[in-house]
Design a protein. Structure first.
Length: 215
């Protein structure tokens, strides 16, 4: 209840995104497609406007909602690359990007994130800003390539690190089917917190996010 009151209060101070972004959010929620929460959206907008990254990478496109949202706040000339492998999501993402990215600033790469990230790292690609919002149990396996892809002083934002609050619980307090993700996310947070090349802060925003800067 207190969290709901806080969200209602903060809504008064939020900048409204474009109408089409609000419509995409409404449709996604009606269809049961998970999209970034409004607190996470606020943080992304702030970081994009203040850091002005020229090359952005998103791991986990879903239907293209967050990529299109970020496009609205990228600096002029910036490019965003986004990765998705689930065909059901890709069909909707292709349609949304075709309709709402007329400038062609978003590049959709279709394939398994682990393979795509590794290929990009082998090519020595660099990104100033990376948004991690894919399969939560895979964050740790992506991290080696993600750190390699992140430019010096670049920013890594990881979403849903609290996994609906499950990560706060004891392993035995969560359902058996969620224990693997519970363990992997805790391990991911532990690695981020002590990573020699990353300075990280964990924030209870939305479903929990981390913001890391490459040293």
């Amino acid at each position: 209840m207190e969290e709901e009151r806080m969200e209602v209060f903060l809504e008064m101070f939020r900048e409204e995104p474009p109408v089409y972004i609000r419509e995409l959010e409404r449709r996604a929620r009606e269809d049961g497609v998970p999209v970034i929460r409004r607190g996470t959206r606020d943080v992304l907008r702030y970081l994009l406007r203040t850091k002005k990254p020229e090359q952005i990478l998103e791991v986990g496109t879903a239907v293209g909602y967050s990529a299109l949202f970020m496009k609205e706040y990228m600096p002029p000339g910036a490019r965003l690359t986004t990765i998705e492998k689930v065909e059901m999501r890709l069909r909707e993402a292709r349609k949304n990007l075709s309709e709402y990215d007329k400038e062609g600033r978003i590049c959709l790469i279709e394939g398994d994130a682990a393979d795509v990230l590794h290929r990009l790292a082998e090519k020595k690609s660099k990104f100033n800003f990376i948004f991690m919002d894919a399969a939560k149990g895979q964050y740790l396996s992506f991290l080696l390539d993600v750190v390699e892809l992140l430019a010096e002083n670049g920013t890594l934002v990881s979403d849903n690190i609290l996994h609906e609050g499950d990560v706060l619980q004891s392993r035995y307090a969560v359902t058996r089917r969620d224990r693997t993700i519970h363990g992997r996310m805790r391990e991911y947070l532990e690695v981020l917190a002590h990573h020699e090349r990353l300075e990280t802060i964990c924030l209870p925003v939305g479903d929990g996010i981390t913001i890391s800067t490459k040293r």
